[in-house]
Design a binder for this molecule. Structure first.
Ligand SMILES: Nc1ncnc2c1ncn2[C@@H]1O[C@H](COP(=O)(O)OP(=O)(O)OP(=O)(O)O)[C@@H](O)[C@H]1O
Ligand SMILES: [Mg+2]
Length: 264
């Protein structure tokens, strides 16, 4: 592993789905580099392949063509054992195991490894619970008894249980009310800083986007058309970017740009 290797490097990636009706190209010659320590946000219309790309980085899906490497090492197909310990993932529709308590949910990936005694697993899970702002007594609650914001926090604690250097977030604040969303963004910001994480995040929420991103990558025309600082992305001439940041959303984007001049 080279110290200077990018956290993630994607080269000439193609994703093609063949359905009975048609051949469907999602990604075509897509390139993207994510450096260590960044919070890179991925934006793009619905169905442009953001979730698929995250799953490919995780090694859960294999691109049709092209390469993905993690700290200079190629991501292997089905490489969950290797990759999973280096990547934490908060899934878009990330459900907790409903029959497991909060603590059992958080501990699950560690328990699956079968290398640590139960007492240490429990302690590690407790540390992560605290890290995401939950109380020790929340550990005994069941998922059905949690608020939306708490569910996201538990899922985040589970994603962090292996101390991964890379965290993937798919719509981390969707479905949260504005207050819980703000709280979650604040938590993500402090975890990014304290744990020296690299973060790749998919979000449609402009507040989340501008409060956290060091760079924004835009997925359109089946590739990444620009990956740059937010102010440069907004200024980039492309119909999708124009529409995405136009009007009310655009006004809000400009306000946020003034508020958050990328001090991360
Ligand atoms: N296994 C699969 N077989 C066929 N098509 C698939 C498969 N997985 C994803 N797709 C299609 O690939 C496209 C990209 O899906 P993906 O879930 O990555 O979109 P997305 O950018 O995350 O969208 P959203 O913003 O709505 O979450 C979609 O049209 C989806 O239907
Ligand atoms: Mg998605």
């Amino acid at each position: 592993m080279q110290a200077t290797a990018p956290m993630v490097e994607i080269r000439k990636l193609w994703t093609v789905f063949n359905t009975p009706e048609k051949r469907f190209v999602v990604h075509e010659n897509l390139d993207l580099t994510v450096n260590q320590g960044e919070v890179l946000s991925l934006v793009g219309g619905s169905g442009t392949g953001k979730t698929v790309l995250l799953r490919q980085i995780l090694g859960l899906e294999t691109p049709t063509k092209g390469e993905i490497s993690l700290l200079g090492q190629p991501v292997e197909q089905g490489a969950q054992k290797g990759a999973a310990s280096r990547i934490g993932m908060l899934f878009q529709h990330g459900a907790l195991f409903s029959a497991f308590s909060v603590l059992e949910n958080v501990a699950f990936p560690l328990r699956e490894l079968r290398t640590l005694p139960p007492r240490l697993i429990r302690e590690a899970a407790m540390v992560k619970l605290q890290m995401v702002g939950l109380k020790p007594e929340d550990g005994d609650k069941m998922p059905a008894d949690l608020s939306g914001g708490m569910i996201k926090r538990v899922a985040l604690a589970r994603a962090l249980i292996m101390d991964p250097p890379l965290l993937l977030l798919d719509e981390p604040t969707s479905g949260l009310d504005p207050e819980s969303s703000d709280g979650f963004v604040t938590l993500l910001r402090s975890l990014h800083r304290d744990l020296e994480l690299t973060v790749i995040m998919v979000t449609h929420d402009l507040d989340t986007l501008f409060e956290l991103s060091t760079r924004i990558a835009v997925l359109a025309d089946r590739k990444v058309i620009i990956a740059a600082a937010p102010k440069d992305v907004i200024a980039f001439q492309h119909p999708f970017i124009h529409d995405y940041f136009l009007g009310e959303r655009g006004q809000r984007a400009m306000e946020l740009l003034r508020e958050y001049p990328f001090a991360i």
